[in-house]
Design a protein around this ligand. Structure first.
Ligand code: WT7
Length: 580
């Protein structure tokens, strides 16, 4: 498809942006310039949770609403910065009084309820390492993360706890299970009521003073091989998370901000919890399902000004028609940003028609810890492009030998390592961490091009990683569960363009059945259910194809690229290593 790229002048950007003109800011920027955007303790120490919430309690923002919360059923709650500070202090005390120490891993398995955010901040305050898990995860996905991280505690609620119970016997390190709303809990198994513990705890807590390279949280993410890996992020990422939220999202004190991501994913951590609150903004958190009417009505009801969402969500809104948004007054919106997958020009144009605003695309990854290539309020935008590197970031397109290629030529999107929010390790997997760095560059795994004006455009993943509805899914994780199904002998999983044009890619599984099993619609459905209940809804293969054999290398590795080429009718490339 030939895309007609349009250059959009930013002269009409609403209000005075926080960031100056890109051409002036980028060349002179040094990370030291934003050092004072963070509050430091003596000796170069800091704490991300202090910078996110506590620093506001001694200012006029003390009684400002930090969180407007709304549940799926329409119930609402609100919390001021002071309340968030006190509640997270309480949870930090609870953790300590239960013998949990600095450096211990404490995971959160909750939907977007206020306790999720309170727990995250409490963990960081006492120097623990927080991990989040998407509430749609099944027992297998939960087990993988808790086991690999040797988590000592998990925070969950009555609804989700049964999924932990199913795998508890396989988790010897897990000592405490804090249950929101929990009653009649098994104390002997370390089950504690989150609410009762919090009620008993003091609201005074002195935050742990951390080194910039101390790990604050880890986020499990998928690659093309192996199970998801724990990407580690440090307290020192704060300055960059703060300044990107300030400059790219353009957050201002009078704003109501809504980020639709879940803290189970990196965007929900960095731009709901950290960067947003560090800027002192009041934000909406909606703990409910996607529904066009509901989403538009939330923008109207809360008078949302700045909205950070994803291309799939925009495409879903677009496909629900133009009459739905007409029912609502969404004039409050002044800035929309997007992340997670390629933002094609069509939803950008649609959003311009409906909201009168150009959606600003931002590119980053779990590993980068903050936005790195973006469109800025005061930089003319090319519709369909990811934008230009954030000040302090050097991006480059390189060939497989590590040489920079000319503008317009496709290559690996690489970044000069060393930006403050860059991950500083992969949990218990030094080798994996090192594999990201080649010839002195951080290799992102994305294929991209740069045009002669320095704008970057996304081409696709360079590996087998699947992006479905903005979620990053590793084929290996799905294949591993597929072959546990009693009828499945072999499995190869790929991503292919969504025929409906909504979700970016969909997941397709190629399966070889065990002897005695024959393909059928019922079997397909049973296999899908098997994945949904063990991993997560977004990981199930929408398409299943049964085969007699799968292409494998001589060493036995399934050649997903061959499956993909066959599926898309493309040349299969070099097959010299294929098993004969
Ligand atoms: C991958 C990272 C960090 C935000 C959520 C995703 C793809 C991300 C864009 C964009 C095209 C994008 C890339 C990247 N991606 N943003 N603006 N345009 N592709 O984080 O789950 O770690 O996934 O998402 O392929 O490598 P993630």
């Amino acid at each position: 498809m030939e895309i007609n790229f349009v250059r959009v002048s930013q002269k009409k950007f609403k209000g005075k942006p926080n960031m100056g003109a890109y051409e002036k800011v980028y060349p002179n920027f040094k990370w030291e310039d934003v050092h004072d955007e963070v509050e430091w303790f003596d000796g170069g120490k800091l704490n991300q949770a202090y910078n996110t919430i506590d620093k506001h309690r001694n200012t006029w923002r003390k009684n400002k609403v930090a969180l407007y919360w709304e549940g799926d059923d329409g119930s609402t709650k609100k919390f001021t910065f002071l309340e968030m500070s006190n509640l997270s202090n309480k949870f930090a005390n609870v953790l300590k009084s239960n013998g949990i120490k600095k450096g211990d891993r404490i995971f959160i398995f909750l939907s977007r309820i206020p306790e999720n955010y309170i727990s995250f901040l409490g963990i960081l305050k006492m120097g623990g390492i927080a991990g989040t898990m998407f509430a749609a995860f099944g027992p297998e996905a939960v087990k993988d993360r808790l086991l690999d991280s040797d988590a000592v505690a998990v925070v969950t609620d009555v609804k989700l706890k049964p999924r932990i119970d199913q795998v508890r016997k396989d988790l010897p390190s897990l000592k405490h299970v804090f249950v929101v709303g929990g009653k009649d809990l098994k104390k002997e198994s370390g089950e504690l009521s989150f609410d009762e513990e919090l009620a008993k705890a003091s609201r005074d807590f002195e935050v742990e003073k951390m080194n910039p390279d101390d790990v604050a949280f880890m986020q499990y993410t998928s690659g093309s091989t192996g199970k998801p890996k724990g990407v580690m992020h440090t307290h020192g990422g704060m300055a960059q998370q703060h300044i990107t939220a300030k400059w790219v999202l353009d957050l201002k004190d009078e704003d109501i901000y809504w980020c639709t991501s879940d803290p189970g994913w990196i965007t929900g951590i960095i731009y709901t919890i950290l960067g947003a609150w560090s800027n002192g903004v009041s934000q909406l958190i909606f703990d409910g399902r996607f529904d066009p009417d509901r989403w538009y009505s939330l923008i109207e009801k809360y008078q949302v000004n700045v909205w950070y969402t994803a291309p799939t969500a925009l495409r879903m809104l677009m496909s629900s028609g133009e009459d739905v948004p007409k029912k609502y007054n969404m004039k409050s919106l002044r800035h929309i940003c997007s992340v997670g997958e390629p933002l094609n020009p069509e939803p950008i144009r649609w959003a311009h028609k409906v909201f009168g605003l150009w959606v600003h695309d931002t590119w980053w990854q779990t590993e980068t810890g903050s936005m790195l290539i973006c469109n800025y309020p005061k930089m003319d935008m090319k519709v369909g492009y990811m934008g230009k590197p954030f000040p302090g970031i050097t991006a480059s397109i390189r060939d497989e030998n590590g040489n920079e290629v000319k503008p317009g030529v496709e290559g690996d999107l690489c970044l000069q390592p060393g930006w403050p929010s860059m991950f500083n390790g992969v949990w218990k997997n030094e080798e994996k961490y090192k594999s990201y760095l080649k010839n002195g560059w951080y290799v992102t795994g994305d294929k991209a091009k740069m045009d002669p004006d320095g704008y970057f455009i996304y081409v696709g993943r360079g590996d087998d990683v699947i992006k479905t509805a903005g979620e990053r899914v590793g084929p290996f994780e799905i294949e591993s569960v597929l072959i546990e199904h009693p009828a499945v002998a072999e499995a190869g999983v790929i991503g292919k363009p969504d025929p409906e044009g909504i979700r970016g890619e969909i997941i397709k599984a190629f399966l070889v059945l065990r002897k005695g099993h024959t393909p059928s619609k019922e079997l397909e459905d049973d296999i899908r259910k098997f994945i949904k209940t063990r991993l997560a809804g977004h990981m199930y293969p929408k398409e299943i194809e049964f085969r007699d054999t799968l292409p494998r290398t001589q060493s036995g590795k399934i050649m997903r690229r061959v499956l993909k080429a066959q599926e898309l009718g493309l040349p299969t490339g070099d097959l010299s290593t294929i098993e004969k």
